[in-house]
Design a protein around this ligand. Structure first.
Ligand SMILES: Cc1cc2nc3c(=O)[nH]c(=O)nc-3n(C[C@H](O)[C@H](O)[C@H](O)COP(=O)(O)O)c2cc1C
Ligand code: SF4
Ligand code: FES
Length: 560
């Protein structure tokens, strides 16, 4: 085909097949953008990224060309591309978005730090510039709220002058890597020693499973499932098996995984290789959020170095997310790695039995893997004794943001109460602020009142209040914050990120926002909606989305 068919109402060109046609030049251009990318169905999202990176958008004829190149239907390519927020899909005759993107976070910690007012000012200031200024959910820089990303350049504690400065210097497309522990540094402190012992048979896999189980290492992606038990379950299913590493870190308020990967990436990689070897996985896929370009670059470089040094015994492939929070849910992440929309799967079967490409799959969060080499090296007691008391095991990395003096990633004993976390690790509350409420586990874990600040921050504590610690993302609110505004911000996030597969979540989040905005006070209506959302949504997003609303009603009735 060498021309685009003109579509006129009621008529068709009888010299061409029906439907949108693709011209040879577009196919050639897209092929050259794809370069040496393998043409495989599961790499469709990477192909979409390449086109988006090249133009700053993907137009309908590029989508059609991708369909032709990947031998897929155009509808299939469109349904995948249109699912992800980082792909700007346009029609041929539509105005082209600018390649330059300024993404301003409007997550809760950033909104509390004035992001919405700044967004208006910046939009006005840059209205004649060739820049797309857009609001985006949490970008994992909440400790320096308000935060933004100007193309590749992260902007912490953002203000108008900072953006003007980066724009004037023309530096926004440059990638500046933080200083991190390289392979040489890691090996210098004994790194990959445990993995070597496992390879040579100097340690038995069963001993490692016992150590990890006795140390009570729990999954730190949010669910807190015991790591050792998960290995035994996945191992019990017949191979070949695969492993996925969840680096999506989209839960608002969470930035601990970025902290680990930007400081000591090899410890996580060694943890992944150990877990994969014990469970018998043939390949590791690391799913990293697109919002972390520095981490993506670090992983690319460091994985290449362990492959070159023949440390890695199985292939490790990194996959880029494309701005969809739901892809942190493990079955949605697997769909995304397969090159599809990130729509959570129905269970059973669980991914441990039927996971990536239909194979039994071991999935772990970055931080869970990060602790493995240290626990195995130092032993059960070393880890257990690091807890706040004998009921809580290990160290945790809390992402703390909001109204504290020194926000950031805090390495503390598991089970520390919030009151201690604030005074001993965060320099106390900001001047003039009194603790009023806190989100214990990002947007999903609910919002609890200050009088619960003495409780241990750990799995199993907040469930009786209808909340949970999840990914250990603590957002601290003060007497100067409005709880209902915080709940609305949270609910708008869930509405934006719902995959739309099930009605209680898709319509429930929208309905809840409308009720709150209308200042509706009918408790029965709220309670019925909360019940249907939490009982009948397919995945954790819809099941947990209403937690903050029930907390608003039960703990902050004066603000409801
Ligand atoms: C909506 C939703 C989002 C999630 N996002 C993440 C995420 O960004 N990173 C993560 O590790 N786990 C996330 N999880 C949890 C994963 O589904 C899964 O439990 C976890 O990756 C397992 O690893 P772990 O056992 O090491 O914690 C999410 C779950 C839900 C329901
Ligand atoms: S609960 Fe929400 S995010 Fe989860 S499957 Fe249903 S619609 Fe999708
Ligand atoms: S970076 Fe803005 S809320 Fe996380």
């Amino acid at each position: 085909m060498n021309k685009i068919q003109k579509i006129t109402a009621g008529k068709r060109d009888f010299f061409s097949p029906k439907g949108r046609q693709v011209d040879d030049t577009t196919i050639a251009n897209v092929k050259s953008i794809l370069g040496d990318l393998e043409i495989r169905r599961d790499l469709l999202i990477e192909a979409l990224h390449k086109v988006q990176d090249a133009y700053g958008y993907i137009n309908a004829s590029d989508m059609a060309a991708l369909a032709e190149i990947f031998r897929l239907s155009q509808a299939e390519v469109y349904e995948v591309g249109s699912f992800y927020h980082h792909f700007n899909i346009i029609k041929e005759d539509q105005e082209k978005p600018f390649k330059s993107k300024l993404r301003i976070c409007d997550g809760l910690s950033c909104e509390m730090a004035g992001a919405n007012t700044l967004f208006q000012k910046i939009k006005e200031k840059f209205k004649t510039e060739k820049i797309e200024v857009e609001k985006v959910p949490c970008i994992g820089r909440c400790a320096s709220a308000p935060a933004a990303r100007f193309n590749k350049e992260p902007i912490d504690n953002m203000d108008v002058d900072k953006i003007v400065e980066v724009h004037r210097a023309g530096m926004s497309f440059a990638l500046n890597l933080p200083k991190y522990e390289t392979l040489v540094d890691y090996i210098g402190r004994g790194g990959y020693g445990i993995f070597n012992k496992l390879k040579t048979g100097a340690i038995e896999p069963e001993d490692i499973i016992k150590t990890v189980s006795d140390a009570n290492l729990k999954g730190l992606g949010g669910a807190g499932f015991p790591a050792g038990r998960k290995w035994e379950i996945v191992k019990s299913f017949k191979g070949p098996r695969l492993m996925t590493v969840n680096g999506d870190e989209g839960e608002p308020g969470t930035f601990k995984d970025r902290f680990w990967l930007e400081s000591r990436p090899h410890q996580m990689l060694e943890g992944a290789l150990i877990a994969a070897k014990i469970v018998g996985c043939e390949k590791i896929y690391i799913y990293m959020r697109d919002e972390y370009p520095e981490v993506l670059e670090i992983l690319k470089t460091e994985i290449a170095s362990i492959e070159k040094e023949k440390i890695a015994t199985i292939p490790i492939e990194v996959r880029r997310g494309a701005g969809a929070y739901i892809c942190g849910e493990e079955s949605a992440m697997i769909e995304s790695i397969e090159g599809k929309r990130g729509v959570p799967r129905h269970r059973p079967p669980y991914i441990a039995e039927v996971g990536l490409f239909g194979k039994p799959t071991l999935n772990h969060n970055i931080e869970t893997l990060n602790w493995l080499p240290e626990i195995i090296e130092n032993g059960v007691d070393w880890f257990k004794n690091k807890g706040w008391d004998d009921k809580h095991s290990g160290i945790r990395s809390f992402s703390v943001s909001g109204r504290v003096k020194n926000p950031g990633v805090k390495l503390t004993p598991a089970g520390i109460p919030l009151s201690k976390l604030i005074t001993d690790y965060c320099g106390g509350m900001q001047d003039g602020h009194i603790l009023k409420a806190f989100f214990p586990g990002g947007a999903s874990g609910g919002i609890l009142p200050a009088h619960l600040a003495h409780l241990p921050l750990d799995f199993g504590t907040f469930e009786k209040f209808g909340g949970f610690i999840g990914s250990h993302a603590i957002v601290v609110l003060s007497d100067q914050d409005n709880i209902k505004d915080a709940v609305l911000n949270t609910m708008r996030f869930f509405k934006h990120e719902s995959c739309g597969q099930c009605t209680p979540c898709r319509s429930g989040t929208d309905k809840m926002i409308r009720l709150l905005e209308e200042n509706n006070k009918e408790l029965e209506l709220y309670n019925a909606l909360i019940k249907v959302m939490s009982d009948s949504s397919i995945c954790g997003l819809g099941q947990a989305a209403s937690n903050c609303v029930s907390h608003l009603i039960n703990h902050f009735p004066e603000e409801f």
